[in-house]
Design a protein around this ligand. Structure first.
Ligand code: HEC
Ligand code: HEC
Ligand code: HEC
Length: 133
């Protein structure tokens, strides 16, 4: 075996290794693709708890996650269950959030841009619908 032959074998092994590594990388990225929960997330509330259903919300948002989970953590909500991060408190009528059009009231406010998003006033029971656990 001459030196040139051995060198070209090394190059070939290196290329094969790089292709294998990029395939593994693509698989890892694919596995990290986040799926929306199919079961409602339940937030503690008074007098009843509040279920949040991803299926109907994602459909209403045209299949997109961005309206609520904009990339870079700038979104309305974190992509994890964390009631403290919701920040929809502020009086029994959610007045602070409704006035600021923040948290759930980014959509649930009078004259919503997003069709079907009822306003908070007069709709307490639409959200506070399950017995406190
Ligand atoms: C209308 C708003 C909205 C849309 C649209 C939305 N989400 Fe969410 N998502 C939420 C809220 C609210 C939470 C809970 C945040 C909290 O607890 O502070 C959440 C939490 C999550 C969680 C964490 C669940 C857990 O149990 O920890 C995942 C995963 C998630 N969302 C994925 C997605 C994906 C994927 C999409 C798009 C297909 C999507 N979401 C679209 C509002 C939304
Ligand atoms: C991006 C806009 C948007 C945000 C943010 C949003 N909603 Fe909604 N929500 C909608 C729309 C639109 C509907 C009507 C969906 C339908 O039933 O066709 C809806 C419907 C609902 C319903 C009725 C049952 C259902 O799931 O269809 C409940 C309950 C609800 N939202 C609770 C919440 C809570 C709690 C939050 C905050 C954690 C929230 N929503 C944030 C747009 C939004
Ligand atoms: C769009 C859904 C939605 C509607 C409509 C809604 N709530 Fe809530 N409510 C929630 C969520 C979610 C929480 C938990 C908020 C948090 O922990 O940040 C909550 C928490 C509460 C709490 C306990 C926390 C606090 O602020 O003291 C009270 C009281 C309450 N809601 C009363 C009401 C009343 C009264 C109405 C009707 C005027 C109403 N809610 C309408 C979703 C809703």
């Amino acid at each position: 075996m001459n030196r040139v032959y051995i060198l070209s074998m090394r190059v070939r092994n290196l290329v094969v290794l790089l292709i294998a590594l990029s395939l593994v990388g693509a698989l890892v990225l694919f596995a990290a693709d986040v799926k929306a929960p199919t079961k409602a997330l339940v937030f503690k509330g008074k007098p009843k708890d509040v279920p949040f259903d991803h299926t109907s919300h994602v459909k209403a948002a045209g299949g997109k996650c961005a309206p609520c989970h904009e990339a870079g953590g700038k979104g309305l909500f974190p992509q994890k269950f964390d009631q403290a991060a919701l920040k929809f408190k502020g009086g029994a009528m959610h007045k602070t959030a409704v006035d600021a059009k923040s948290s759930c009231a980014a959509c649930h406010h009078p004259n919503p841009e997003m069709k079907g998003a009822f306003e908070v006033k007069g709709s307490c029971g639409k959200c506070h619908s399950v017995a406190a656990s």
